[in-house]
Design a protein around this ligand. Structure first.
Ligand SMILES: [Zn+2]
Ligand SMILES: [Zn+2]
Length: 193
């Protein structure tokens, strides 16, 4: 499923910061704009870009330390037809909860990488083993250089993996070889010297 945001020429709408509660209203507006879309007309393309960007509620893009919230926001972002390649954070902020270190992570980085994988694991290249409860192929996000080792929360340091390959990269005897394989196979990855 992919929410198509409008291509119709319409009075300019600037909804750059929308409270979470109005997300449904914004979606309804976008659906309405999309369903009644005619030919874009002069300047239509530019306007559609403005519309698409303006209907992403700011809260969905907000980085978070809460894994559930991260999944929720990334899942909603993943439903948007096109997401611009995000910059992410070279040095994600961290906080501590008891003995645990939590990293502030970007929902857009997660959504973009999952979308980019188009339902296939970026290590074994097989299709996701099942469809998740959000109706999307189930893949997990993995930071190739772990955040705990100074890795960046960026699309150049993250891949979408099937659960099996994900566990393999964390626990297998041959995990460093698999990691090298990822660097060779996924061209967007950038190794930090
Ligand atoms: Zn795999
Ligand atoms: Zn991982």
């Amino acid at each position: 499923m992919c929410a198509v945001f409008g291509t119709k020429r319409q009075s300019p709408v600037t909804v750059s910061r929308v409270p979470e509660a109005s997300f449904e209203a914004v979606l309804a507006f976008a659906r309405d704009a999309a369903s009644s879309a005619g030919s874009p007309g002069p300047g239509g393309r530019e306007q559609s870009t403005v519309l698409r960007e303006s209907v992403i509620p700011a809260e969905l893009e907000e980085p978070t330390t809460d894994p559930n919230e991260l999944d929720l926001r990334a899942g909603r972002l993943r439903n948007l037809c096109s997401l611009e390649r995000p910059k992410g954070e070279q040095v994600p902020a961290r906080s501590t909860l008891g003995a645990r270190t939590l990293y502030v992570r970007s929902p857009i980085v997660k959504a973009w990488v999952l979308k980019e994988a188009r339902g296939r694991c970026e290590l074994c290249q097989q299709e996701a083993p099942f469809v998740g409860d959000d109706g999307e192929p189930y893949l997990e996000l993995h930071h190739v250089l772990p955040l705990a080792d100074g890795g960046a929360d960026t699309v150049e340091n993250a891949v979408a993996l099937c659960p099996n390959c994900h566990r393999r990269l964390h626990h297998a005897e041959d995990r460093s070889e698999r990691r090298e394989h990822l660097y060779r196979q996924v061209s967007r990855l950038i190794r930090v010297p």
